[in-house]
Design a protein around this ligand. Sequence first.
Ligand SMILES: NC(=O)c1ccc[n+]([C@@H]2O[C@H](COP(=O)([O-])OP(=O)(O)OC[C@H]3O[C@@H](n4cnc5c(N)ncnc54)[C@H](O)[C@@H]3O)[C@@H](O)[C@H]2O)c1
Length: 249
Amino acid sequence: MAEVRRKAIVTGAASGIGAATMVELARRGFDVACLDINAAGGQATVQAATAHGGRHAAFAVDVADEPELTRVFAAAVAHLGGLDALATAAGVGDMVPFMELDAATFRRVYDVNVVGTFLCLREAARVMPRGSRICTVASVAGLRGGGLSGTAAYAASKGGVLALTKNAARALAERGISVNTIAPGATMTPMIAEPWKNPAHRARVEAMAVQNRTGEPHEIAQAIAFLLSADASFITGSTLVADGGLVMY
Ligand SMILES: NC(=O)c1ccc[n+]([C@@H]2O[C@H](COP(=O)([O-])OP(=O)(O)OC[C@H]3O[C@@H](n4cnc5c(N)ncnc54)[C@H](O)[C@@H]3O)[C@@H](O)[C@H]2O)c1
């Protein structure tokens, strides 16, 4: 009898943590669809995932655009033939200093990081069978109010993801869907390429963690894959901090 592969959507899988998560889920036997605003990056990750077997695809979409997201999410589910897992890694950073931050920037960061995450959770919940699992991506910035590289809009948006995740865990429990979040510390992706060009800044942030280093995307991907696995069956509404010992609370 042919093996039944599980089905996952990973947003933000054109790059960084999302890309590593898509490849890790492919390695663990999922067929995966990437939803990302960057179409070319999505195709590159599909190629990397295909090296581990399975059927993978990339769909271009802005997760904050409700009509588009709704349409593309449904197309991805139809392509996969179902949905058992969702990881929401699409996100944007923000480094505008507090006194220079304007409402338009604040709203765009919130739209992508919080509203975009919510829309994906809602669309996933419409189609997921009982036993399905979701992992959102927050940040230690949401737990401690920033203080690394991102600023007010970013920290506030990630605090929003933490609360949204707990609310979704409550709301979707009756559907048998578990929802958790990962809170990464500084992780080597294009998002931190700019701040990491300043060696003093990088050294300051790395020294905040007892491991005194920057994490690698696959280290976050493995934690996300755990939260999406049956091994995490009694875990919902939780925040898994993967930060080399920075927050420790
Ligand atoms: N890198 C870090 O240090 C770090 C730390 C904590 C949390 N995070 C979070 O991890 C997640 C992944 O970030 P990353 O570090 O891999 O960065 P990244 O820039 O490498 O990846 C982000 C991905 O999201 C996609 N994206 C951005 N806006 C989008 C939109 N509107 N619609 C669809 N896709 C969109 C980008 O195209 C990109 O592929 C983000 O939510 C980020 O806030 C990153």
